[in-house]
Write a protein that binds this ligand. Structure first.
Ligand SMILES: Nc1ncnc2c1ncn2[C@@H]1O[C@H](COP(=O)(O)OP(=O)(O)OP(=O)(O)O)[C@@H](O)[C@H]1O
Ligand SMILES: [Mg+2]
Length: 152
């Protein structure tokens, strides 16, 4: 169920999205879980890169989508666990084998692309971010972002 009044941000271009992500990374605390929803190419990985910059992940640790490993770990001011579950099967055992619980309940910041795949394993308390393309004729470099604080 989606509450009626999320925070909505209209980000006119890529630098605006990157500035938002860096801000989020600077504010993030140990144990935070950030779920990124949105269609292919919406900017989930791009936003993760900006959050990583705000978490002071060194530039020599590039943040790329962990499509095959499913999770990448980076060391910034806090550990960053970047999960991309797009290719995950429906098998909950696969998630448990991945050690998902250690990431979700660990001392780092967890960013999850395609969190729908977690089903009941997704902790109630998390920040939900929904990325969408603006309606035409707005330029496709813009994004609309909706934020929901879940479980608090
Ligand atoms: N305002 C913007 N915000 C985010 N990305 C943008 C923006 N404008 C243009 N782009 C471009 O759109 C692309 C977004 O790709 P990205 O890999 O981040 O999407 P994704 O949501 O992670 O996709 P996937 O579901 O395949 O993982 C990038 O090439 C990025 O440079
Ligand atoms: Mg991605």
């Amino acid at each position: 169920m989606t509450p009626a009044n999320p925070s909505e941000l209209i980000l006119p271009d890529l630098p605006a999205l990157e500035a938002f992500g860096r801000l989020l990374g600077r504010q993030a605390a140990a144990g935070d879980i950030i779920c990124l929803y949105g269609p292919l190419g919406a900017g989930k990985t791009t936003l993760t890169q900006a959050i990583a910059a705000g978490l002071e992940v060194p530039v020599d640790q590039p943040v790329t989508s962990p499509t095959f490993a499913l999770v990448h770990e980076h060391r910034g001011r806090l550990p960053l666990f970047h999960l991309d579950l797009y290719r995950l099967g429906d098998d909950e055992d696969e998630l448990l084998e991945l050690g998902i619980e250690d990431y979700l309940h660990g001392e780092g910041v967890c960013i999850i692309e395609w969190p729908e795949r977690l089903g009941a394993l997704l902790p109630a308390r998390h920040l939900e971010i929904r990325l969408a393309f603006p309606a035409p004729p707005a330029p496709t470099t813009g994004r609309v972002i909706r934020l929901y604080h879940r479980g608090r």
